[in-house]
Design a protein around this ligand. Structure first.
Ligand SMILES: Nc1nc2c([nH]c(=O)n2[C@@H]2O[C@H](COP(=O)(O)OP(=O)(O)OP(=O)(O)O)[C@@H](O)[C@H]2O)c(=O)[nH]1
Ligand SMILES: [Mg+2]
Length: 138
């Protein structure tokens, strides 16, 4: 039965691409889905458009300004304790050199190697789509 008390979070995340690599950030151990590699991003504020939230979060978390982005896919996922709607964007151009503003480790990873890392449980279809689209992998 649906748990009506379960929070529904609308989240904007960025797949930041440069030369066949994607930028990942390590979620803090104490965060939801902690110690896993994420596509940077965060929750929409009330009344905020997803694209705006994407740009705001990437500025706050990585100190970059997004100059070109396109919607890639939306993904709904039910974690036991919360549901998320991930609004996933391809970020194809940005200004500034990304770094973990909040001290979080970041790394550039070859798209072809993404499946070797541990992501939040919701993310598997994103990895599959990226490998399909950019590497021709099934
Ligand atoms: N940023 C991000 N969040 C993800 C991904 N996959 C995924 O399930 N999530 C979930 O989306 C939710 C919101 O992400 P978040 O913790 O980054 O939100 P936020 O930046 O606003 O965090 P805050 O609450 O510390 O301010 C979390 O429950 C997180 O587990 C992902 O690839 N990137
Ligand atoms: Mg975040």
């Amino acid at each position: 039965m649906a748990n009506l008390a379960k929070p529904q979070l609308h989240v904007a995340v960025g797949v930041i691409i440069r030369q066949q690599q994607v930028l990942l950030a390590l979620r803090h151990a104490k965060q939801h889905q902690g110690d896993k590699w994420e596509f940077p991003g965060g929750k929409l504020e009330q009344g905020e458009a997803a694209e705006n939230a994407l740009k705001r979060e990437l500025r706050e978390e990585l100190a970059i300004s997004v100059t070109a982005c396109q919607p890639l896919m939306q993904l709904a996922y039910d974690y036991p304790e919360r549901s998320v709607l991930l609004d996933i964007w391809l970020v194809s151009a940005f200004e500034g050199e990304p770094h973990g503003v909040e001290g979080q480790p970041v790394q550039w990873v070859d798209i072809a190697s993404l499946h070797q890392l541990t992501f939040p449980d919701a993310n598997q279809p994103i990895v599959a789509r990226l490998q399909q689209q950019f590497c021709g992998l099934a």
